[in-house]
Design a protein around this ligand. Sequence first.
Ligand SMILES: [Zn+2]
Ligand SMILES: [Zn+2]
Ligand SMILES: [Zn+2]
Length: 806
Amino acid sequence: MTQVIRTALRVEGIVQGVGFRPFVYSLATGLGLGGLVGNDVDGVFAEIEGPPATVREFLRRLEREAPPLARIERVTTSAMPPAGTASFTIAPSGPNAPDGRRGTLVAADTATCADCLRELSDPADRRYRYPFINCTNCGPRFTIVRDVPYDRPLTTMAGFAMCEPCAAEYHDPADRRYHAQPTCCPACGPRLALLGAAGEPLDLGEPLTGDPLGAAAALLRDGRIVAVKGLGGYHLAADAARDDAVAALRARKHREDKPFAVLAAGLAAARALCEVDDAAAALLASRARPVVLLPRLPGAAVAASAAPGNRHLGIMLPYTPLHHLLAGAMAGPIVLTSGNVSDEPIAYRDEDALARLAGIADAFLTHDRAIHIRTDDSVTRVFRGRPLPVRRSRGYVPEPVVVPGGFPRQVLACGAELKNTFCLAKERHAFVSHHIGDLENVETLRSFTEGIEHFRRLFDVDPRVVAYDLHPEYLSTKYAMELTGVDLVGVQHHHAHVASCLADNGWPAGPRAGGRVIGVAFDGTGYGTDGTLWGGEFLIADYAGFERAGHLAPVPLPGGQAAIRQPWRMAAAYLDGLDGLGAASLDVMRRNSAQWPAVVAMARKGVNAPLTSSAGRLFDAVAALLGVRDAINYEGQAAIELEQLADPAERGGYHAAIDAENPGRYAGPERTAAPAAEAAAGPAPEAGRPFHVRGADLVRAAADDLTAGVPPAVIAARFHNGVAAVVAAACLRIRERHALTTVALSGGVFQNMLLLNQVVTRLESRGFTVLTHSRVPCNDGGISLGQAVIAAARDRLGSGAPALDS
Ligand SMILES: [Zn+2]
Ligand SMILES: [Zn+2]
Ligand SMILES: [Zn+2]
């Protein structure tokens, strides 16, 4: 008689609502094994009985052949006495745990799968050309989930009663739609409608009567703007090849220069517009279907106004059946940009969309499946074959980032101000939210507070620790300050950037901690522990704390916010500090001569001119100097255009000195730290003063070259190379003293691929291990993750930082 064993299994991760139980069932029965499989609050459990070799084979194939949307995080096994059963059963879903605990994970929205696409284009299929086709392997998830457990009554599909054929598929374990909660068909599911600008039903007459999709495509081809209800909100669509249509969209949306995303029907269509390498193709066609920023081909058939003055285009492929059908009905690419006016959040409720987009859209292609939570498209670049996220949202959220060391207590991290995300964390999971946006208006703030409540419910997180940015004026900070009964942990902005990069890379924490690294955090602005605005920081950091080893020499920010909107003011601040420069001969001065003396005076006196070590402002100064741009209309614009101007073939670079213990001559008058900042100061600063990197040396070299007639494209390249060289030099200096060999690069400035590539190349050639982002953005969208892991590390040390109000 053959020996028989029985093994109990527990599978954790995203294993519910993704066809995992039928998969286990068919794998086990295919191998002739007995036992059972079921769901409960912690994931999937199973018992497998049979000959030892076959059980081992089952375990091997369990992870290798799991369904596409499953994400197995952990499989634990234990031996049981055999029960003598040869049959295999699917146990009914268990009740929620008696204590009301909920441990299941919700999957992200997922692009239409190949099987569904085949049905979509099969005239014999009952879902032929049905814009809401989906199955267990694809379709809406996060955007339709109102509550957990993930069951149809708790989604926005609740109002659609399944017809008989759909119900039969839903209950058949052998069917692809077994327990597919959003499953539906033309007989029982949502329907499209075409509405006019005032919300009235729109009929274009025969042959388009009763064909909202065909009619919408006809309107687009006619140069009209159509609002299209998608997965996470309304888009505004226009024929990407028609400059009149795209320019009209830009004018009506009050968006001057910021690029629009373009929907291409497939990879071949994307390749006709942009350079698409293998990594980019994989990302474009991935289940998350982000917008991928790609080098634009000369002569690409896209209107100039889609991405004015930009060498790149943001391309995405269709990710819902509706987008597939729309792309198919149009001959070419479609501009698909968020449905909002300028910087407002994207519209996602029908009434609100009709009201807010009425002045922009000529028509609305809408439907009756509600969107529960607003979710923008994700945006990413490709760096050395890996994604470099710019915005992590639809398609990725709410899948957790698994964090080494985990969270001793449950954490809420409130994030920063711009590009806000929040993060709720428990056990080993950090649930980084969808992109909330800039916390500057009531509606975004409401998305933030409602989003936190929604995540708390979905993932059953009751935070005991709340992490926030030290900036007292951030609305996210103010929100944290009003919470009671929790431990508040203030986190310095650039420390959060560096910790975010560490967590992104799975840098060890807890008992087997990875130790300290050199953190280079380059961004626009973050509140420093000394009351000045930081942003060009060299930190020695681990998860729990940091020392400020060095930074860009501070310069005045003349006019505060005005200097951020008007980069020429930064040119004035930098140029004023330089001796013997024929400044009068510079164009930037002539262009801004009316205000130049007043701005210089402001900088010198330090009136309304806070000091900043911001790297972003250094890029702004050089951009203005080179005539790239004196004023911006979206965040980071001057630096983005400076990067695009740079001649990639230029190898020369400017030299910037590093001053030890020298405040530098560009620092302006000594200032005293704001009292609030002192109270909130993190770990003790490094003994001795941080070194200063003289950014002004780079500005001087650029100004000298400009005066000598060197082309701006060459100057821009030399400036980038110079910044990269001094970053490497500063890291070498820290390595000499502290023997640290790992560098983490974070902050929005590292979205600059030319700079990032140069910095990584230089550091690696000198033997450093370099960590860059690939799961959360290096910009402020990644701050909440950094805050969460810092709060956890301090929790482990039992030394939560003192709160501002304690
Ligand atoms: Zn499917
Ligand atoms: Zn049906
Ligand atoms: Zn930042």
